[in-house]
Design a protein around this ligand. Structure first.
Ligand code: ZN
Length: 218
């Protein structure tokens, strides 16, 4: 049976630029990142189903209406389609950051829901994100990852947990090139202690500093 290959892409920082006050409120503030449309087109051309997953706590905190977020989402999907890409579905965590929901990464609920609803096997999926918490959520489910790096401090050759790319176009090319490479799932127990501890952001970033510049998966 031919199983569907898929790529889950986080939105802010990978598809569009982050904005100074923390969230995109209107389309005028939505600026595609360099390589984003190109990467999405390549994935579509190569037969990958593409999903977007994103934290938009601004909705739960009353700063952005759900209908405004929907309008932004539809416009994003339209612009991507006009550029030759295709976003099959979009998943948001809209809970406030003070609400300890199960879908906010490194929680896995939202990603798990996506895999289930679209009948995807973790082995067939890549997650592309610039945020360590998203990568941890993916690893917990056995989903391979590509980190879009946002700072030189992450570029340490010791990272063995994630492929690293400078933008979505490069991430897409690596996924296409490496698709047939089989990688053992990296289970949580293999991660260094403290990775998921409260305030564990810095320790998670410490792990992400173990980048492998040789471009090897492990
Ligand atoms: Zn949530």
């Amino acid at each position: 049976m031919n199983r569907q290959r898929a790529v889950v892409v986080t939105r802010d920082g990978v598809i569009n630029r982050r904005v100074a006050h923390g969230f995109v409120a209107q389309w005028q503030e939505f600026e595609f990142m360099p390589g984003a449309l190109e990467g999405l087109r390549l994935l579509a051309e190569q037969g990958y189903e593409v999903f977007v997953i994103s934290r938009q706590e601004c909705v739960g905190e009353g700063l952005l209406g759900w209908s405004d977020l929907e309008r932004l989402t539809h416009r994003m999907q339209l612009e991507v389609a006009l550029a030759g890409g295709y976003i099959a579905d979009v998943y948001y965590c809209t809970h406030s950051r003070w609400n300890s929901c199960a879908c906010r990464p490194p929680g896995t609920a939202l990603l798990k829901q996506l895999l289930k609803e679209h009948q995807l096997y973790p082995d067939d999926v890549f997650l592309v994100s610039d945020d360590s918490d998203d990568l941890v959520a993916a690893w917990r489910l056995g989903v391979r990852t590509v980190l879009v790096e946002r700072g030189a401090f992450l570029c340490d050759p010791r990272n063995r947990h994630s492929e690293v790319a400078s933008n979505l176009a490069e991430a897409a090319r690596r996924i296409v090139d490496r698709d047939l490479v089989s990688v053992d799932s990296i289970v949580l127990e293999e991660l260094p202690p403290g990775m998921l501890s409260p305030g564990g952001k810095s320790s998670a970033l410490g792990v992400l500093a173990h980048q492998n510049n040789a471009g090897e998966w492990r």
